[in-house]
Every structure is written in C-alpha cells, then in structure tokens.
Design a protein around this ligand. Structure first.
Ligand SMILES: [Zn+2]
Length: 342
C-alpha cells in the first residue's frame, strides 16, 4: 500500500491517492455537515478521524519516545515516506501491545500516513517536515491540552525557550493545516497565519520574543485559528458525560454529550443535537445567553448559574443582542452559519 501511495502519485503528479478505508472515512464525515457551528463541526470530524487512526489511545510520552527513537530532532528538516512509516510502525506496535486486538498495525500505519500526506504534502512530494509530522501526531494524541501546547511550543522555540514571530508562524502554519484539510480553514481565519501571529505578539506587548507561559496564556483565550483544538478536547470530554437534566426540545433525559443551560430561563436545557441543529423552543431566542457543559455541573456551578438567571430574567432580547457574550464559543464562529465545504 505504501508503494501504491508513492507510485500512483508519481504517475498522476497531482492526484492524491487515498486508501479505500480513508475514502470511506472521509465520506462518513459528511453527516456532520449539519452541525451549524464550525468549531464544533471541525472538532467532531477530527474526533472521528482521531479514533479511526487510534491516536486517541496514544499518550504524549509514548509519542515522544517514538520520535526520539527515530532521531527526529531537527524539526525543520524533511522526512521521507520510509522514515514516516518506520516511526508510525514503532508508535502503532506499542499501541497494539498496550491495547490488545484494538489496533490493526498495518492498517493504522497506512491510514495515518495517508492522513499526514493529505495534510502536509498535498503535492505528494513524498516528504514532510519533521515539525509537521510531530504537530499532526501530537495534536490528535490523548494528552492534556496544555501539555500539547507546551510540547508544540518547545518544538519551535529557541534552546533558551523563546519564540520569535517566524518560529510561532511555523507552529501556527502546521497547526492550521489540520482543519484546512477538512475544508474548514475559512472558519479559523483562513490559511494566512499572520493575523494570529500578530495577535499573540500584541498580547505580549510587542516584545520581540515570547516565552512558553505567555504563549499558553494566549492559547487559553482560544484564538480563532486554534479554537478547533480546545473544542476537540471538549468534544472528547462530553462524549461520556451524562447530565441530570431534560432537553426542553426533544425531551432527552438524561442529556448525553454537551449540555446547554439557559442563563435566561430557569430549568431550560438543550441537548447537543438540538443545539447543533439550531432548534429552539418557543419563547427562547438565539440571542439569549447559554452556558455549555461538557461534564456534569458541580453545585457551585449550579449556584452561579442560578444567580445569573436571576440577573437576566428581566433583560430583553435587545439587551442580549447588544451584549453578545455567548460564553461557549468565540463570537466569530457563532455568527458564521454555513459550512465552508461544497
Ligand atoms: Zn434535544
């Protein structure tokens, strides 16, 4: 299959060959196009991809072990297909040992290689940058979000731990290729990463270089170009969440997945599928503030939300239209309605 990927592309130059299982997977993502919010739509597609590639089983330290074992240190250097296959084989062999029967090593290697080439080698030259390889694998592995940020920052930072605009640009460029491949890049500010780089350095009071802590603070604001990654983590966390609440629209109870609680009406909750498809109950306006939960609420959160509803109870639709603080999404993605694919 690896040879097929190579040869086929040699002959056709521009045509990207997809493994039949990959084609199947991409086709299966089409049903997520009815999710109205781009960050969620992208994240849910990535979640499916992540599981199909078994990267949801891969810890960050196991990934790093494999990178080290294959001497992937010079991040700006290129690696060829064979090097990619060798490193992926190490990764999946270990996953197979740790998760008996769950991991089909040759299939996973093929599919992951296929995905990496689709993301980082659209012209099919048979080479990708080491940084790209690491960014792809680490973005979809099962580590904590901030550990991923820290790791990725370190890959582009100088030995003393600082990052200038060019280095940050490399990281953001390689990151944005992941939603781009799904046809979603327009929702994250387009493939031009300059505005994002500028935003980070403005956040740093225009210092010439930023350090990891500052980069992390900026990432916590969920900049538009990177919001798909924290949302992917919330999508994963919500999968198994069970909320003791009833959906006011479809009456699902308990609510499984994301729960959206109104901060305008008491006891008004919406489940994930109703929220994503844009259904609203009578008397509830889209402008009304809601709060998203991917895990069951704590009593502290219940009290806090109760107080907010008291405050909002007599505020009008116009008030909320003037103060569009949604609390669960960056404003840009809420306003963006149609998906960008054809
Ligand atoms: Zn519902």
């Amino acid at each position: 299959a690896h040879e097929k990927i190579k040869c086929r592309n040699h002959q056709t130059q521009t045509t990207c060959w997809d493994h039949p299982k990959m084609t199947e997977l991409y086709q299966s993502l089409a049903d997520l196009n009815n999710v109205r919010f781009s960050a969620y739509r992208t994240a849910m597609k990535l979640r499916r991809l992540q599981k199909a590639l078994c990267l949801d089983l891969l810890g960050l330290s196991a990934a790093c072990d494999a990178f080290d074992q294959h001497n992937l240190k010079q991040n700006e250097q290129l690696m060829d297909i064979l090097q990619i296959i060798n490193c992926l084989t190490t990764i999946y062999d270990r996953l197979e040992q740790e998760n008996n029967n769950l991991v089909n090593v040759p299939l996973c290697v093929d599919m992951c290689l296929n995905w990496l080439l689709n993301v980082y080698d659209t012209g099919r030259t048979g080479k990708i940058r080491i940084l790209s390889f690491k960014t792809g694998i680490v973005s979809l592995c099962k580590a904590h979000l901030e550990d991923k940020y820290r790791y990725l920052f370190k890959q582009v930072a100088s030995p003393t731990g600082f990052c200038d605009q060019r280095r940050l640009g490399l990281l953001l460029h390689d990151s944005i290729q992941i939603p781009r491949q799904l046809g979603e890049v327009a929702s994250f500010g387009g493939s031009n990463i300059e505005p994002s780089v500028r935003s980070c350095f403005q956040f740093a009071n225009n210092k010439p270089e930023v350090e990891a802590a500052l980069f992390l603070d900026w990432m916590r604001l969920e900049p538009q170009s990177m919001v798909w990654l924290p949302v992917l983590h919330r999508v994963a966390a919500a999968e198994t969440a069970k909320h003791q609440a009833k959906c006011n629209i479809c009456k699902e109870c308990p609510i499984i997945g994301f729960r959206y609680r109104s901060l305008k009406h008491f006891n008004y909750d919406i489940c994930q599928s109703c929220f994503f498809s844009g259904r609203v109950a009578k008397g509830h306006k889209m402008q009304y503030p809601m709060v998203e939960y991917c895990t069951p609420t704590t009593s502290g959160e219940d009290v806090r939300d109760f107080a907010k509803v008291l405050k909002n109870k007599f505020r009008t639709k116009r008030y909320f239209a003037k103060h569009p603080r949604m609390g669960y999404l960056p404003v840009q993605t809420v306003l963006e309605g149609d998906n960008m694919e054809t």
